[in-house]
Design a protein around this ligand. Structure first.
Ligand SMILES: NC(=O)c1ccc[n+]([C@@H]2O[C@H](COP(=O)([O-])OP(=O)(O)OC[C@H]3O[C@@H](n4cnc5c(N)ncnc54)[C@H](O)[C@@H]3O)[C@@H](O)[C@H]2O)c1
Length: 256
């Protein structure tokens, strides 16, 4: 797909990887519809994109809410007249062990809460389901032969401390592959990226120097990824019509 003058919706566009993708797609001449639950950063990113000579529209909303997901994809079409690429990127972390045991007494002293489980499932799985479904609705009704691009994670293989996140991302990977089959009759492609550890607020916010060094030692290339490296990979999927029904692991070789 040639991205010039196409419409790209990006969820979670006020943050690290999403904001980087917005810049990347804009540099290809695409008009961007940014969506985030937090308006502040998104408005700043949108102003930068307009400075690059493309349209940038902001839609504030929670992807886990059905009405917000419907409104987002409908507004993309009402504001720009089309929908070519939907990048389902918004996500959150609420890490914790399934159970924590007191070493002295052998008694369980903590559990992964239902709130921790549900909040991550709501955003990272239900939110992707809702926004993916609504992107498909708009693409089919406008006869756009577009692409839906999901953001999973290498944690989809099962990363200790991330029961909620790993389960949601495995679900995202599964939906990506099955949607590619269901939507092929409408000439809509669906593919995704499973990033490794990427330098964004999501993981850097509370990172201490020794923890960072430990993480870097786990990554075969010896460093975390940059948001731009994921953005470039998403743009590769959007531009290359042969990529369909797969999740590309872009992780520097990390094995979870
Ligand atoms: N950073 C990493 O190492 C890494 C690794 C693998 C996968 N990922 C995935 O990449 C995606 C982007 O992550 P990031 O690192 O840029 O995170 P980030 O926290 O920097 O940005 C995420 C953005 O999503 C927004 N958001 C959160 N909940 C939302 C909701 N309910 N509705 C709408 N917007 C919402 C946030 O406000 C934020 O702007 C996520 O799906 C994440 O799981 C990140």
């Amino acid at each position: 797909m040639n991205l010039k003058d196409k419409t790209v919706v990006i969820t979670g566009a006020g943050g690290g990887i999403g904001a980087s993708m917005a810049h990347g797609f804009a540099s290809k001449g695409a008009n961007i519809v940014l969506s985030d639950i937090r308006p502040e950063n998104m408005e700043k990113v949108a102003a930068e994109l307009r400075g690059m000579g493309v349209q940038a529209h902001c839609v504030v909303g929670d992807i886990a809410k059905e009405a917000s997901a419907e409104q987002l994809m409908a507004e993309a079409v009402s504001k720009t007249g089309r929908l070519d690429v939907a990048v389902l990127n918004a996500g959150i972390l609420r890490d914790g062990l399934l159970v924590r045991v007191d070493k002295e007494t052998g008694k369980v002293k903590g559990k992964l809460s239902l709130e921790q489980w549900q909040s991550v499932i709501d955003v990272n799985l239900t939110g992707v389901f809702l926004t993916g479904r609504e992107a498909a609705v708009q693409m089919i009704e406008t006869k756009s032969h577009g692409a839906i691009i999901t953001i999973a994670s290498v944690s989809m293989h099962g990363n200790p401390g991330q029961t909620n996140y790993s389960a949601a991302k495995a679900g995202v990977a599964s939906m990506t592959k099955l949607w590619a089959q269901e939507l092929s009759r409408y000439r809509i492609r669906v593919a995704g990226i499973a990033p490794g550890f990427i330098k964004t607020d999501m993981i850097m916010k509370d990172m201490k120097a020794d923890a960072l060094a430990k993480w870097e030692a786990m990554i075969p290339i010896g460093r975390l990824g940059e948001p731009r490296e994921i953005a470039d990979s998403v743009i590769f999927i959007a531009e290359n019509d042969l990529v369909n029904g797969v999740i590309l692991e872009i992780s520097g070789g990390v094995k979870v």
